[in-house]
Design a protein around this ligand. Structure first.
Ligand SMILES: Cc1cc2nc3c(=O)[nH]c(=O)nc-3n(C[C@H](O)[C@H](O)[C@H](O)COP(=O)(O)O)c2cc1C
Length: 159
């Protein structure tokens, strides 16, 4: 499925959170298996995001229908997509309801990443990959390297 509501929560231990409605087929898979994968896709994969976010796993096999190539996970059985520039394998650590969604917390137990699209400081290299960002209302956008600014918080924090 496509998920717009997600975030890093903790670095030690490494925890990642996603907000998923209990109505999703994906939620049932996670509740049963107690694990999930997070795949970060480039802007070129926008149609794929709209496709998996517009169809139900209870009705079709999305891997087959959308021709989704997978790489092998190393510590879980979660789907890792070949198209992803980074992906996490997570074990479910918590599952709570907030309003009409569930907040799922996963401990990251394995990381997959294309080293060549990250800088030596492990920051995404904008010249090599454009991440996909969702604005809402079926609109997708990406970053522009013309707008990047390096602002040292230690310097700016002094006022
Ligand atoms: C760009 C995009 C972002 C979405 N974000 C979320 C989200 O954060 N949480 C959620 O529960 N559903 C979200 N959805 C909806 C699910 O991806 C959609 O309901 C999907 O069909 C669920 O698939 P499943 O039934 O196979 O699990 C999003 C859909 C799109 C297109």
């Amino acid at each position: 499925m496509a998920v717009a509501w997600h975030t890093f929560i903790s670095s030690k231990p490494p925890l990642y959170g996603v907000s998923i409605s209990a109505k999703r087929f994906t939620y049932q898979l996670i509740a049963d298996s107690k694990e999930f994968g997070i795949n970060f896709l480039p802007f070129e994969a926008a149609e794929l995001v709209a496709s998996v976010g517009g169809s139900k796993g209870s009705e079709i096999d999305k891997f087959q229908r959308f021709n989704i190539a997978q790489s092998k996970p190393v510590r879980t059985a979660v789907p890792i997509l070949e198209a992803a520039y980074a992906a996490y394998e997570c074990r479910l650590a918590d599952d709570r309801g907030y309003g009409d969604h569930r907040w799922l917390v996963g401990e990251i137990v394995a990381v997959h990443w294309l080293k060549e699209v990250f800088t030596p400081d492990e920051v995404i290299d904008w010249a090599k990959v454009s991440p996909i960002l969702y604005l809402g209302n079926e609109l997708y956008i990406t970053t522009s390297k013309d707008t990047i600014r390096s602002l040292d918080r230690k310097v700016y924090g002094r006022g």
